[in-house]
Design a protein around this ligand. Structure first.
Ligand SMILES: [Zn+2]
Length: 230
């Protein structure tokens, strides 16, 4: 990086202080897996509770996705994919702590119609009943995360439309409510992805990287922080 662009970046950071962080999580498990590519998707309830309490002590407020944009410092907790452990382990913990959270659902995982191939084909998705119980929980916001979890930027526009709109409609039919938020699998997206999301009037979209959100930044897709317990 040149000195000029370093200075430009420094000035940007000074005039755009950090407002908050959108955390990206996947699974909550009692014991983490041995394999690194699985372990990096897993946190324990104890770790998550410590992390939340740490941030609360530092003065962060835990807010729901629907409260954005708002004055910081805040944290939004999100989970991708729709694992059953989000219902059995994360939900009771976050309910006890009074922390709002969002789950982005890959609709194919519900009732395990599709297996989690990145977990050796294990049946890890939540059931339709569990999903509906979460839909009735005021602390929980549900968003869509495609039907079959592809890298959207590798698909044609028509295929992307089927994955994005298809999962939004399917999730809406499952929970009987409008779905206004969307997460790109693997963070992957291109111009078509953004156009389609715009045309569906999605309130927010998120990617899998980008760090904290700074003042004046209200772009879609919103940046997230990959929270890992390594
Ligand atoms: Zn995902």
């Amino acid at each position: 990086m040149s000195i000029a662009s370093k200075i430009t970046r420094k000035i940007y950071k000074l005039t755009h202080p950090v407002e908050g962080e959108i955390w990206m999580l996947h699974r909550v498990v009692e014991r983490q897996s041995e394999a690194e590519e699985q372990r990096e998707l897993e946190v324990t309830p104890q770790w998550l509770e410590r992390e939340i309490n740490d941030y609360k002590q530092k003065g962060y407020r835990f807010v729901s996705l629907d409260e954005l944009p708002c004055r910081g410092p805040w944290v939004v907790v999100t989970f991708d994919d729709g694992y059953r452990d989000n219902y059995t382990l994360a939900y009771p913990l976050l309910k006890r702590l009074g922390v709002p959270f969002t789950i982005y659902v890959t609709t194919g995982l519900i009732d395990n119609k599709m297996e989690a191939w990145w977990y050796a084909g294990q049946a890890l998705g939540m059931s339709l009943d569990e999903l509906r119980a979460l839909a009735a929980e005021p602390l929980c916001t549900l968003g869509a995360h495609t039907v079959s979890h592809p890298k959207l930027n590798t698909l044609s526009r028509e295929q992307q439309q089927a994955e994005i709109e298809g999962s939004k409609r399917k999730l809406e039919a499952m929970i009987g409510r409008e779905v206004e938020h969307f997460s790109f699998p693997h963070g992957a997206h291109n111009r078509d992805t953004l156009d389609i999301c715009n045309s569906l009037n999605l309130k927010t979209t998120v990617k899998s990287w980008g760090g904290p959100l700074r003042r004046g930044e209200w772009p879609n897709p919103l940046p997230r922080i990959d929270k890992q317990q390594l």
